[in-house]
Design a protein around this ligand. Structure first.
Ligand code: PLP
Length: 368
């Protein structure tokens, strides 16, 4: 593709079949467990044209080579498997609970050791990463919405000889490209904004290192955590409209963050787009937009926040995020969530509905 296209154009056109007469405009899923011998694909666990379309598109957006997995967690597990036995991983204190639980499980079995750090504290992370094998970053973090200094941490990680991984799920490849800031591997739960319609579970990594790509592809083959062709097809189909969806969802999120900040029942709003948010300056420097996720607290107890989540009519009370439909959830309803996340923190995944309708429903739920 032409190198200087805007990402909103790349997301529409990358990963498509060659323009030859009668070729389809977009890649279709191939439902075959094996292929006629002699070609590159070979077997259904090694490749599928629908994966390739997704991988090429994500690769073009992130600036590397993509690799799709059965889920974000399958991708995370393959990445963790790169850590040598007995190695040390530096990971955020707050991040997606499933990834933190995976690391804890591996620490319990003695597979590796984990050191948890406040990821927004650049000095502390840079000190902790000396002698580590992997630095796991998430930015903004789920659900605390902390922002890590990606260029500084990537430099510290690389100097220490650690593999630097950035979970870019919240920002999406349109708002933040960690490889360009020095990261080695970018990870996505493609279940979220990339697919965008809450109908697919899928994951992906992108790396600009052939060595890491090959090591991860080997793990996908051997662990068998492959995406279904239909899931990959749906993800590509959803991804084509990411720029439009994000534009609307992000503007809705900024509007709601301001409204929530003004609301008497709300004690704290975390959204990097707010000028007084602790992560604002950093996010403005390394992201081209502030995204569509925010978190707020009521300054009360868990049951009160739970009542708010159960009192909406329009907002969907469910876990997950990044769909066209707005969703909310009290994260501590999950036993696995990190105990330092407040009981009354509600995470909003803002969708593409009309902002007035979203606010009206949230405001009536806050009265509850
Ligand atoms: N990373 C982040 C930031 C997430 O929010 C999630 C899921 O919520 C994951 C990874 C795991 O992805 P998946 O649910 O697709 O396995």
């Amino acid at each position: 593709m032409t190198p200087d296209l805007d990402p909103s154009t790349v997301v529409v056109h990358a990963g498509r079949p060659s323009r030859v007469p009668d070729a389809p405009v977009g890649e279709s899923p191939v439902f075959s467990s094996t292929y006629i011998a002699g070609g590159d694909l070979g077997y259904g666990r090694y490749g599928n044209t629908a994966w390739t379309a997704l991988e090429e598109t994500l690769g073009a957006l992130e600036g590397g080579r993509g690799l799709s997995f059965a889920s974000g967690m399958a991708a995370a597990a393959a990445v963790c498997d790169l850590v040598p036995v007995g190695g040390r991983v530096v990971a955020p204190q707050h991040a997606y609970s499933g990834v933190l639980a995976l690391l804890d499980q591996q620490a319990t079995t003695g597979r590796l050791t984990v050191e948890r750090v406040a990821i927004a504290d650049t000095e502390a992370v840079s000190a902790a990463v000396v002698g580590a094998d992997m630095l796991w970053i998430e930015s903004p973090t789920n659900p605390a919405m902390e922002v890590a200094d990606l260029p500084a941490l990537a430099a510290a990680g690389r100097t220490a000889g650690a593999t630097v991984v950035v979970d870019n799920t919240f920002a999406t490849p349109l708002l933040q490209q960690p490889l360009s800031m020095g990261a080695d591997i970018v990870l996505h739960s493609a279940t979220k904004f990339i697919s965008g319609h809450s109908d697919v579970v899928l994951g992906a990594i992108v790396t600009d290192s052939d060595e890491l790509w090959t090591a991860l592809e080997l793990r996908r083959r051997s662990l068998g955590a492959i995406p279904g062709p239909m899931e990959a097809f749906l993800a590509v189909r959803g991804l084509r409209t990411l720029a439009l969806r994000l534009e609307r969802a992000q503007s809705n999120a900024a509007f709601l963050a301001t409204r929530l900040q003004e609301h008497p029942r709300v004690s704290l709003v975390r959204y990097p787009g707010l000028a007084d948010d602790p992560g604002h300056a950093r996010a403005a420097a390394q992201m081209s937009g502030f995204g569509a996720i925010l978190a707020f607290e009521l300054g009360g107890d868990g049951p009160g926040a739970q009542r708010v989540c159960e009192s909406t009519a329009l907002w969907v009370h469910a876990t997950s995020l990044g769909g066209v439909e707005s969703m909310l959830e009290r994260r501590r309803r999950w036993a696995i969530e990190v105990p330092t996340i407040p009981e009354d923190l509600i995470r909003l995944s803002v969708g593409i509905e009309h902002p007035d309708d979203l606010w009206a429903d949230l405001a009536q739920a806050l009265k509850a």
